[in-house]
Design a protein around this ligand. Structure first.
Ligand SMILES: [Zn+2]
Length: 486
């Protein structure tokens, strides 16, 4: 008995030693640099953002509804507002409405960088109009904010990047490394007419990029429990996308003599199976890399937990499982989005049809999802097909040890000295996926400060950007172009 107790005691002490050793060697991954003073910008930058918002460059699901005059208007506006860019950079219009600017560097040996954004915005639901404090397309400047559709997503990206380039041109800066600015016109409906065409165009010229910086993460306060500081989340991967249509055809007939299971019943059972058999979670994927960056910044107790994920993995997982937004970072998600069947109350339907949308974790694949769904449903009566919407494979995972990530991390630390940097997995889809053939380094980060309320305004009501934050955004891009030159 004594021996057993002694053994247990030694085992416990050993375990404690391992846990503590791992905690003490769980070092900060934050780059320590001197803060850089923000570059001076005048209020004209605010006016230009406000004006850019006023062009109703809306993307509709039905691309025939596109208002081409709004896009042409925005093009003319950019041309007049950034005269040095207009005279010193080359502009190519790709597929008529997408913009590709090239600022040629002096050293052709260096791979170019490409900064992205998109011209289009999502429509404003007319039912939400009364809820807008300021009309969505007037670019109202008030109380320290610029209001309007696209303020965050992402006219501020276009004007922010162009302000930075115009500033550097004014200063006489000459890049060694070529800088591209690329603005697609249909990101909100998949980017196949815009960003994809830009990327194809560059690929035809054998361009290989050092890195691409697109939207995705931003600087968010209160996003990580146990971390007081705002966190700059930088997307290193994004999920794939596929929708599957499940359909059943049965005999139909009169509802007074029904079969034991109707078309509706068969299909409902299939959906239930999918919901009760979610895709397995992964605690080692790109969704979890964030812990390596925020973990070391936490108080000792939490640091111990994150430094020892081999032991506390299940505890962390159960915490992440509590919120839809964090659960989605751990696995391929399943969302039944459409369900149609039945016409009349006393007639058995011949057909039932449902659509289930999957967001695919890097490491999984479109085919993997289809196989999994067939296996789980395991019912010959159900036909499973992909919908007309083209599926997207999940992205690769960008390399955190690349100099590209180093430059973005360093620039963030210089311009936002109070902020922590953490890589993360983007749950939605961005235009950056179209660039996968011409660079290994795709990062998704909009250098703008947001809080929880701002997040809801993206694609929502009363979208706005803080003037103070927008000026930091411009400084970030100036500093990023400078740092990328080294
Ligand atoms: Zn966007």
């Amino acid at each position: 008995m004594k021996k057993v107790l002694l053994f247990l005691l030694v085992a416990l002490l050993l375990l404690a030693a391992v846990l503590i050793f791992r905690t003490l060697s769980f070092h900060s991954k934050q780059i320590k640099v001197e803060a850089v003073q923000l570059y001076k910008t005048d209020d004209a930058v605010i006016q230009r953002l406000s004006q850019a918002i006023q062009f109703k460059t809306v993307s509709y699901q039905d691309s025939g509804k596109m208002d081409t005059s709004a896009f042409n208007g925005l093009h003319r506006f950019l041309q007049h507002s950034f005269p040095l860019i207009d005279s010193l950079l080359t502009l190519e219009k790709i597929n008529t409405y997408s913009l590709l600017y090239k600022w040629r560097g002096s050293n052709p040996e260096l791979k170019p960088i490409l900064l992205m954004a998109h011209q289009d915005v999502v429509p404003v639901d007319p039912l939400t109009l009364p809820g807008w404090e300021h009309p969505p397309f007037e670019g109202v400047v008030k109380d320290g904010f610029v209001f309007g559709r696209g303020a965050l997503d992402i006219k501020s990206g276009i004007t922010g990047e162009m302000e930075a380039v115009e500033y550097l041109l004014r200063e006489g800066f000459k890049p060694e490394r070529t800088v591209y600015l690329a603005y697609g016109h249909d990101e909100e409906i998949g980017g196949r007419q815009g960003a994809l065409q830009i990327a194809n165009h560059l690929q035809q010229q054998n361009v290989e990029l050092e890195y691409v910086l697109d939207e995705g993460g931003s600087i968010i306060s209160g996003i990580v429990p146990g971390i007081e500081k705002p966190v700059a989340i930088i997307g290193i991967a994004e999920k794939g996308y596929v929708s599957l249509e499940l359909s059943v055809e049965e005999e139909g007939g009169h509802s007074s003599m029904p079969p034991k299971q109707s078309a509706i019943g068969i299909l409902s059972a299939a959906i239930t199976k999918l919901e009760t058999h979610p895709f397995p979670t992964k605690m080692d994927g790109p969704g979890a890399v964030m812990f390596d960056y925020v973990g070391p910044e936490m108080a000792f107790g939490m640091r111990l937990v994150f430094a020892n994920r081999w032991l506390f993995g299940p505890v962390i997982e159960s915490q992440l499982d509590k919120k839809n937004s964090t659960r989605a970072t751990m696995h391929t998600t399943t969302a039944a989005t459409i369900f149609n069947s039945g016409e009349k109350e006393n007639v058995l339907p011949i057909k039932a049809k449902a659509v289930v949308n999957f967001r695919i974790m890097p490491g999984d694949s479109v085919q993997g999802v289809i196989d999994y769904v067939k296996r789980v449903i395991n019912d010959e009566r159900i036909k499973i097909t992909t919908t007309s919407q083209d599926p997207d494979e999940p992205s690769g995972v960008s390399d955190l040890s690349s100099s590209a990530f180093g430059v973005i991390h360093k620039t963030t630390a210089e311009i936002f000295p109070d902020v922590l940097v953490a890589p993360y997995l983007v749950l939605g889809a961005t235009d950056s996926k179209h660039y996968k053939n011409i660079t290994k380094n795709i990062f998704r980060f909009e250098p703008t400060r947001l809080d929880d309320a701002d997040l809801k305004r993206i694609h929502g009501t009363d979208e706005r950007i803080s003037i103070e934050s927008y000026k930091e955004t411009i400084s970030f891009y100036i500093q990023l172009i400078k740092n990328s030159n080294e």
